[in-house]
Design a protein around this ligand. Structure first.
Ligand code: AMP
Ligand code: MN
Ligand code: MN
Ligand code: MN
Length: 286
């Protein structure tokens, strides 16, 4: 069960990935993925295309999204899986979470202009597939194209993280709302890539306990964002808190992502995978 090649975290051009949902489905299938979810940031507009493509190539499929949350003044990502994509409260919540990205992007461009990088807003827009979903990743691609930096990770380090000229603090959804939107739509909420947050032990404990109190039930253990040591550490956290374990590449682009779709280690054996709790939500070809 835990050896299933599930990839339950990736992005299409509907958020900050570079490939279309259909291309991702084919790539997942070719890489041996046996259960797939597209999890665009704060957006589910690509899901119908993802589902149709997956089912047409006999790739079992779950609905997905990755919601941006502000917790303890830090941005935390909550993945939702297996929800009803027609749920009105979830859709309204995602619209509200996306709102403000355009203004934030204009402020980011102002910050970059102050250090001599001009027209970054229009530059980033050239990379945007969805006008409601302009993200830091699109700015990063523009700064690489403009030869300001060699790659996107250098752009983030020098320009797009806290304290740097293109960083604009932003208030996303609350943890309670994000978890409630997902579970209210029949889905399972998962803490994405926990090792990425720079929390103290106390803050991390608060994140997990509040997440569970709101109805959250899963944590990403094996992800493209975790080292082997980090995966083992959060395997321990999953057991400690009684959470289902998830697995996903967080694939964005063939040019930028280190981990391709489905090319991940198996979940450590003692864990119960999220897909054990989502059996009735998995869509398969008729
Ligand atoms: P945003 O939602 O606009 O704040 O953008 C967040 C996205 O930026 C994440 O989902 C990643 O795709 C990307 N990102 C964040 N940090 C880094 C980094 N250090 N290097 C490359 N990409 C990053
Ligand atoms: Mn992203
Ligand atoms: Mn994320
Ligand atoms: Mn992601």
């Amino acid at each position: 069960m835990s050896t299933l090649n599930a990839d339950l975290h990736c992005h299409s051009a509907v958020s900050d990935g570079t490939l279309q949902p259909e291309v991702l489905a084919s790539r997942a299938k070719a890489n041996g993925v046996e259960l797939w979810a597209l999890t665009d940031h704060d957006e589910i507009d690509g899901l119908q295309r993802a589902r149709d493509a997956a089912l047409s190539i006999a790739l079992p499929y779950l609905t997905g999204t990755e919601i941006s949350v502000t917790f303890a003044d830090t941005t935390v990502h909550i993945v939702g899986l297996g929800f009803d994509a027609d749920n009105a409260a979830l859709k309204a919540g995602l619209v509200a979470t996306r709102g403000g990205r355009r203004e934030r992007a204009m402020e980011m461009a102002d910050g970059l202009a102050k250090v001599g990088i001009r027209d970054a807003y229009d530059g980033a827009l050239k990379y945007v597939g969805n006008p409601e979903l302009i993200s830091r990743t699109h700015f990063a691609r523009f700064l690489v194209e403009s030869k300001v930096c060699l790659d996107t990770s250098e752009v983030f380090r020098k320009y797009l993280v806290e304290g740097k000229p293109g960083f604009v603090p932003h208030r996303w959804a609350t943890l309670r709302n994000a978890v409630t939107w997902i579970t209210g739509a029949g889905g399972l909420a998962v803490i994405a890539h926990p090792a990425r947050y720079r929390f103290t032990a106390t803050e991390e404990y608060a994140l997990f306990t509040e997440f569970i109190a709101h109805g959250g039930r899963g944590v990403e253990v094996v992800t493209g964002s975790h080292s082997t040591v980090e995966a083992l550490r959060y395997a321990g956290t999953a057991l400690e808190f009684g959470l289902f374990a998830s697995r996903g590449s967080d694939f964005h682009s063939p040019d930028e992502s280190h981990v391709d779709l489905g090319r991940l280690p198996a979940l450590p054996v003692p864990l119960t995978p999220v897909w054990a709790a989502l059996e009735s939500r998995i869509q398969r070809p008729a």
